[in-house]
Design a protein around this ligand. Structure first.
Ligand code: YNC
Ligand code: MG
Length: 410
């Protein structure tokens, strides 16, 4: 059981919650970090995948398109785009050494990958520099050969070489031991297509026409002053972010520069096609009060399609994922108790759904993180079967409830 994970500085199964938060193993000076790469089986070699090189970005995109995460019954597989990698792998201060690949020695084919991106975390009262690990992928033909632990140890070594000894990662797989567990929820938008590709099923007596009516959204947003986020909004967005995130126990801490990257890079080329800009990864909106011109709220969602593996007519499930949001209403005295916060979040989310619907997304996904439980049922999200586990590497803290976690790490 967990031959690899039981050797790692993570909370082990059945371990009692710690009395105090803190690291499991102390950080090492650079000179004491292992200097040479971990050995690979003889036919393979390490590489760094250069995401600034279009050819290597395409190799990465092809590896993940064919071999990355699928749902339980292999009906859908995440299909990240080249633009998505640009956005997710190159935040301010990224390290190219953290984009770790494995190639076949003879023909140089890329067959495995794991990535790290710098992130500052606050876990309850502690704040520390850390790395977000994502995109662990091994070619289907090389599964079950204990390659994953080698990739994980190598990316850990690369992080240690840069002075980073803590990590956050998420996944559907259960490992020792989640700090938080969240469930996926789905809000249907393009009902006929979702029924056709068996993303959802009609209940007895239900018809597509009736379901379409049930999920119908207005043709325009309702909050006065709602508009796309711009550069000039970043300081106000940051002020709301700083306040709003205090509500949660596991959150990224971001500089203005990092927020600018998250919300305002990956906006696409500007050419409109089928209701959206080509290559657009992120949709970021603010509410600017029409009287005071102050920014009062923001929300964002990102585009992550999945390949549909079992339909003749449709190749792609076009999904939007709720990302970060915040509202200054949360700072008003009594707003939580008297329902004003709940009302505001519902208004914001209805507009987020309307924007996604106008941009022709098929489905809008969200998790049971942040304040999402205040609007999921009102906004007609249905419970999915997917779970997302949140993990911390080399950091002890008692388990957090889903709502204390700020998730949606793409
Ligand atoms: C997983 N998802 O338990 P034990 S999420 C971590 N994350 O070890 P082998 C995983 N570990 O049980 P395979 C894992 N899945 O003996 C499996 N493991 O202790 C563990 N799928 O290795 C597993 N991407 O090579 C076991 O397994 C050991 O050939 C077995 O490869 C696994 O990105 C995998 O779901 C997932 O491509 C690569 O199935 C493969 O099966 C695959 O024999 C489809 O490995 C894609 C997929 C995972 C997406 C993600 C987050 C990854 C986090 C990794 C941990 C990071 C720790 C922090 C490091 C930095 C620290 C600093 C500083
Ligand atoms: Mg393997």
């Amino acid at each position: 059981e967990y031959k690899f994970w039981k050797t790692q500085p993570v909370a082990q199964i059945g371990e009692a919650p710690p009395q105090e938060d803190g690291y499991i193993e102390p950080s090492l000076p650079r000179s004491q970090v292992r200097q040479d790469p971990y050995p690979l089986p003889k036919d393979f070699e390490w590489c760094t995948v250069d995401v600034n090189d279009q050819k290597e970005l395409t190799e990465l995109y092809e590896l993940l398109s064919a071999n990355y995460v699928e749902d339980d019954d292999a009906s859908f597989r995440f299909k990240y785009s080249a633009e998505f990698f640009e956005w997710a792998l190159k935040p301010p201060g990224y390290h190219k050494e953290w984009h770790v690949g494995v190639r076949v020695k003879t023909n140089k084919k890329l067959v495995a990958f794991i990535a790290g991106a710098p992130i500052t975390l606050r876990v309850r009262k502690s704040q520390f520099k850390s790395v977000e690990i994502n995109f662990l992928c091994i070619h289907k033909k090389l599964r079950g050969k204990r390659l994953a632990p080698v990739l994980i140890k190598e990316v850990t070594r690369q992080c240690n070489l840069k002075g980073i000894f803590q990590a956050i990662y998420t996944g559907g797989t259960y490992l020792p031991t989640p700090v938080s567990v969240c469930r996926y929820y789905h809000r249907l938008l393009n009902v006929p297509k979702l029924v056709e590709v068996k993303f959802t099923w009609l209940k007895p007596g239900q018809t597509v026409a009736r379901l379409v009516r049930l999920y119908k959204l207005p043709s325009s947003t309702k909050l006065p002053g709602l508009r796309e986020m711009q550069e000039k909004d970043i300081p106000e967005v940051k002020a709301i972010w700083n306040q709003y995130m205090k509500r949660f126990g596991l959150v990224p801490v971001m500089t203005a520069e990092e927020l600018r990257h998250v919300f305002l890079s990956g906006l696409g080329t500007g050419e409109m096609k089928h209701g959206r800009r080509e290559g657009q990864v992120i949709w970021s909106y603010v509410v600017e009060d029409p009287q005071t011109h102050k920014v009062t709220d923001y929300f964002s969602f990102y585009n992550l399609p999945s390949t549909i593996l079992n339909s003749q007519r449709h190749g792609l499930l076009d999904a939007a994922y709720l990302f970060y949001y915040g509202t200054s209403v949360a700072m008003q005295a009594g707003a939580e108790e008297d329902g004003r916060l709940k009302q505001r979040l519902n208004d914001l989310m209805q507009d987020a759904l309307t924007v996604a619907d106008q941009a022709k997304f098929d489905v809008f996904n969200a998790m049971t993180t942040m304040d999402n439980n205040l609007f999921l049922s009102e906004q007609k999200f249905g419970q999915g079967d997917g779970m997302l586990n949140f993990y911390l590497y080399n950091w002890r803290t008692a388990p957090l409830s889903g709502m204390e976690a700020v998730g949606e790490y793409p």
